[in-house]
Write a protein that binds this ligand. Structure first.
Ligand code: KG4
Ligand code: ZN
Length: 352
């Protein structure tokens, strides 16, 4: 039974997750408080405000998570918290709280990489077995990661500029669609013509599995400026054309990533796991579905509440590491940057 704490961005979250001896997980509680209201007036997440809101809310959220799970803090076997990557002020709040609880209760601390938490969620929700390919598309990250095992990751590609969710948010801002941008762009795009504008599909001619969205974003801005003042139909058409360009890029990259997976693991059932808030986008999801169907790959999209930031994914990653004997010292420092494939993510051989 693991308590998981997530404070790396603008969600204050805590959850209780159980992992049984067969490696099956059960979410006993999963409490998330979004800071949407705190940041709404600023058009984006303000790190200092985020950290303060985490301080205000985290202990209440943890208490609620325990209450909803029907347990007391003394019943947990370990305390897991996101230790990075993320906004450092927020990460410090969650990690320091976890350390204090671990010290006071005499329980092990597990410092969790936020990306690892996203990567392992599909094992909690769908019991996915290693190895598999993960596509993480959120407001902060866009990457392909080969997941070989707990603590054993290989990044195959990432964005060289904006994250995909960030691109959605910026386009929404250009079109005055409000925040968060992704759902707003998707909504308005429903009444738009995805073929009206031929926006660039950046990097598609290159073989590497990286993304780039800044050129596409600039093309959208130039188009919006050229047409200004925009009619409602212009806005819808730009949104739809942008979304189509993004979906095409994600589809082509995913097909290439699956080809690489197939080459490295011949005969192995291909599995593509999607994580991050952008997984909610229906056009992108449909494109991924088509790619996986054509390639003979299984597509796994956890429920959207577990694709976006939450405490259950952190608790689960903690549970998976804990089951392998891993835990961390109270001197573990918060990491604003923490690539998934750093060597120190690996479980020590004697623990595995
Ligand atoms: O994973 P997430 O909740 O938070 C982190 O970034 O960690 O992802 C949020 C991002 C935002 O950029 C948001 O605009 C985007 O996911 N998003 C979407 C949709 N829903 C959320 N993007 C496109 N279409 C959506 N339906
Ligand atoms: Zn995240």
């Amino acid at each position: 039974m693991i308590l998981g704490i997530e404070t790396s961005c603008d969600e204050t979250a805590a959850a209780i997750v159980m992992r049984d001896q067969f490696g099956r997980g059960t979410i006993r509680s999963n409490v998330v408080r979004s800071q949407f209201d705190e940041h709404a007036a600023f058009g984006g997440v303000v790190p200092e405000l985020a950290a303060r809101a985490h301080v205000t809310w985290l202990d209440h959220i943890i208490t609620q998570a325990c209450r909803e799970a029907g347990i007391g803090l003394a019943d947990v076997d370990a305390i897991a918290a996101t230790a990075g990557p993320g906004l450092i002020g927020g990460v410090l709040v969650g990690l320091t709280t976890a350390k204090a609880l671990a010290a006071a209760l005499g329980k092990p601390l597990i410092a969790v990489n936020h990306l690892e938490a996203h990567a392992l969620t599909a094992r909690l929700t769908d019991g996915v077995q290693f190895p598999y390919l993960m596509l993480l598309v959120s407001g902060g990250h866009s990457q392909f990661v080969l997941v070989r095992g707990v603590g054993d990751y290989e990044r195959w590609g990432s964005t060289i500029d904006d994250a995909l969710g960030e691109a959605f948010d910026k386009v929404a801002k250009m079109l005055s669609l409000g925040n968060p941008g992704g759902p707003a762009v998707e909504q308005i795009a429903k009444s738009g013509d995805p073929k009206r504008f031929k926006f660039p599909r950046p990097l598609l001619r290159e073989a590497r599995l990286d993304f780039s969205f800044s050129g596409l974003k600039t093309a959208v801005r130039l188009q919006a400026e050229a047409l200004a003042p925009l009619s409602d139909q212009d806005v819808a058409d730009i949104a739809a054309s942008f979304q189509q360009a993004v979906a095409d890029v994600v589809a082509v990259r995913s097909r290439q990533a699956l080809e690489r997976f197939n080459a490295e693991f011949p005969g192995q059932q291909m599995q593509l796991v999607v994580a991050g808030g952008v997984a909610a986008n229906r056009t992108i999801a449909a494109a991924l579905k088509a790619v996986c169907a054509a390639a003979g790959a299984i597509l796994v999209v956890p429920p959207i509440a577990l694709c976006t930031d939450n405490g259950a994914m952190v608790a689960w990653a903690g549970a998976e590491r804990f089951a392998l004997g891993a835990h961390d010292g109270l001197d573990f420092t918060a990491r604003p940057r923490w690539p998934l494939d750093l060597d120190d993510m690996r479980i020590a051989p004697d623990a595995a």
